[in-house]
Design a protein. Structure first.
Length: 480
C-alpha cells in the first residue's frame, strides 16, 4: 500500500514538473513573438539589412574592379611569358635549331602551358608541343584563326571544360648596326611566330581572395554596428512603450492616467497630444453620461424606423423576401383553415442581364422600378408583392383563383410592355410569368405553392419567353 502511494506521488510530481516546463515554454514563445513583432526588432532588422545591402554593393563593386584588374594582369603576364619564350626561341633558332623541341618541352613541363607552336615567317609550322590529346591542336590549326600578335584571345577546349588564353608573338632577330650595312642603324628581322596557350583561370585565385576579404569586412562591420543600432533604436522605442502602456491603462477606464514623457522631439509631442486628449475626454465624460439617456431614446425611435425599412426593398419600395415569407406562411394557413383559394404569380424579366450589361446599371434599375410600379398599380389592398431577388418578383393573391390570377398577369404583362416602349424604347425586355393556385393542386406547405409558380415561370421561359404559363397547363405552354 505504501509503495503504491509513493508511486502515485512520483507520478503527480513528474506530471506537475512537465506541466510547469510546458507553461514556461509557452510563456517564452509568447515573449519571443512579442519581441519579434515589436517596432524595435523591426527597425533593427531593417537597419541591419540596409548595412548588409550597402556592404554588399560596395563589396560587389570592389570585387568587380579586382576581377578586371586580375584579368588584365593575367593577360599581361601571359603576353610577357610569350615574349620571353619568343626571345629564347629566337636565340635557339639562330644558334642550334635542334635544341628547339627540348626547349619547348622543358617550358611545357615547368609552366601551365597547354601548347606551344613555332612557325616561320611564312606561317609554316616548324615545331609544336602540347599537353593532353590532339583535339585541341586540330581545332587550333583548322578552325581557330591565329590571333593578332600580342593580343590574347579567350578560347575554349573542344569539350567546353577549359578556358584558355591564346596568344601569338613574333620571333625577331636583331642585327647590330655594324652588320646591317644600313649606315649605322640596327635592323630587326622577322624570324617567325610563337603561339602559346595558357589556362585563363589564374585570376580566379586573386578574385577569391578579394571576395574572402570583402566578406570578412562585411561581417565585422555588421557585428560592430548591430549592437549600436540596437541601442539607438531602444532609445527611440522605450518612450513609445511607456506611452503605449499609459494608453492601455487609459483605455481600460483609468481616466486619471497621464504620460510623464517630457521630451522635446516628435515622441514628446505625441505624449503631450495624448495628455490633452485625456483631459478633454475626462471633461466630456460627464456630458456624455448626461446625453446617454437622450441618445437611448433616439436609438429606440431609429430602431423602430429601421424595423419598418427592413421589410421593404430600398429600390422598388416593395416588400422584401424575408417579409414575404412571413406573410406567405400566414396567408397559406388562413387559406387552409377557411378553405379559400390562394394564388401565387412569379415573374421574371427576359433579357434583363443583356440590357444591364449593354446599357448600364442605371437602365437596369429603371426597368426594375418600372416593373415594381406596374405591379403596384394593378394590386388590391390585400395582395402582397415582393421583389424576390434581382429581376424576379412574386405576388401573393389571397382569395383569388387561377382565372383571376391569369387576368391579373395579363394586365401586368401588357402594362409593362407599354411602359417599357414609352420610357426606355432603346431596350428590348419582355416578361415571363408563372401562376400556381391552391385549388389546382394539393400543396403540402406554403413553399411548395411558390415553388410550383416558379416552375411554371421557368416553363414559360423554356417555351420561348414573353408568355404566361399556369401550373396546371405547364406541360402545354402557350404565349399569352
Amino acid at each position: 500500500m505504501g509503495s503504491a502511494t509513493r508511486g502515485t506521488h512520483r507520478e503527480r510530481t513528474e506530471s506537475a514538473r512537465l506541466q510547469s516546463a510546458w507553461l514556461m515554454i509557452k510563456k517564452g514563445f509568447r515573449v519571443f513573438q512579442e519581441a519579434a513583432g515589436s517596432l524595435q526588432c523591426k527597425i533593427t532588422a531593417l537597419m541591419v539589412v540596409a548595412i548588409f545591402a550597402i556592404t554588399g554593393t560596395c563589396a560587389g563593386y570592389l570585387i568587380r574592379v579586382a576581377a578586371d584588374a586580375a584579368i588584365r594582369d593575367h593577360r599581361q603576364n601571359v603576353v610577357q611569358l610569350a615574349r620571353t619564350l619568343a626571345q629564347a626561341t629566337g636565340a635557339v633558332l639562330e644558334s642550334n635549331p635542334a635544341l628547339l623541341r627540348p626547349l619547348l618541352k622543358n617550358t611545357l613541363t615547368g609552366t601551365q602551358l597547354l601548347y606551344a607552336f613555332v612557325e616561320d615567317a611564312q606561317g609554316r609550322e616548324v615545331e609544336s608541343v602540347h599537353r593532353g590529346d590532339d583535339d585541341l591542336l586540330v581545332r587550333l590549326r583548322i578552325k581557330d584563326p591565329r590571333p593578332p600578335a600580342g593580343l590574347p584571345v579567350v578560347r575554349r577546349s573542344p569539350d567546353g571544360t577549359l578556358s584558355f588564353l591564346d596568344v601569338v608573338v613574333p620571333i625577331v632577330h636583331h642585327v647590330p648596326a655594324a652588320s646591317s650595312g644600313a649606315q649605322g642603324r640596327s635592323r630587326t628581322d622577322l624570324v617567325g611566330y610563337l603561339r602559346i596557350g595558357l589556362p585563363a583561370s589564374g585570376w580566379h585565385r586573386v578574385v577569391a581572395s578579394r571576395i574572402d576579404l570583402m566578406l570578412g569586412i562585411g561581417l565585422l562591420a555588421t557585428a560592430a554596428v548591430a549592437p549600436l543600432v540596437f541601442f539607438l533604436v531602444r532609445r527611440i522605442v522605450a518612450p513609445l512603450d511607456e506611452l503605449a502602456q499609459a494608453m492601455i491603462r487609459f483605455s481600460r477606464g483609468q481616466l486619471e492616467v497621464r504620460s510623464a514623457i517630457t521630451r522635446r522631439d516628435e515622441i514628446g509631442r505625441v505624449a503631450q497630444a495624448f495628455n490633452r486628449m485625456a483631459d478633454q475626454h475626462e471633461q466630456t465624460h460627464v456630458r456624455i453620461m448626461k446625453l446617454n439617456e437622450e441618445l437611448e431614446k433616439r436609438v429606440a425611435l431609429r430602431t423602430q424606423q429601421l424595423r419598418d425599412l427592413a421589410s421593404r426593398d430600398p429600390l422598388t419600395g416593395l416588400f422584401n423576401r424575408r417579409y414575404f415569407n412571413e406573410m406567405l406562411e400566414r396567408r397559406f394557413s388562413e387559406a387552409v383553415r377557411y378553405e379559400t383559394d390562394l394564388s401565387c404569380i412569379m415573374l421574371d424579366l427576359d433579357g434583363f442581364k443583356q440590357v444591364n450589361d449593354a446599357f448600364g446599371h442605371h437602365i437596369g434599375d429603371d426597368l426594375i422600378q418600372i416593373t415594381a410600379d406596374t405591379i403596384t398599380e394593378e394590386l388590391r389592398g390585400s395582395d402582397i408583392a415582393a421583389r424576390f431577388g434581382g429581376d424576379e418578383f412574386v405576388i401573393l393573391l389571397p382569395q383569388t383563383n387561377a382565372e383571376e390570377a391569369m387576368n391579373l398577369a395579363r394586365r401586368i404583362k401588357a402594362r409593362f410592355a407599354e411602359r417599357v416602349a414609352k420610357l426606355v424604347p432603346e431596350v428590348t425586355v419582355t416578361m415571363s410569368l408563372g401562376i400556381a393556385s391552391m385549388a389546382a393542386a394539393d400543396f403540402e406547405d406554403a413553399e411548395s405553392l411558390v415553388r410550383t409558380a416558379d416552375q411554371a415561370m421557368y416553363a414559360a421561359k423554356a417555351a420561348g419567353k414573353d408568355r404566361i404559363v399556369a401550373a396546371d397547363t405547364a406541360s402545354k405552354p402557350s404565349a399569352l
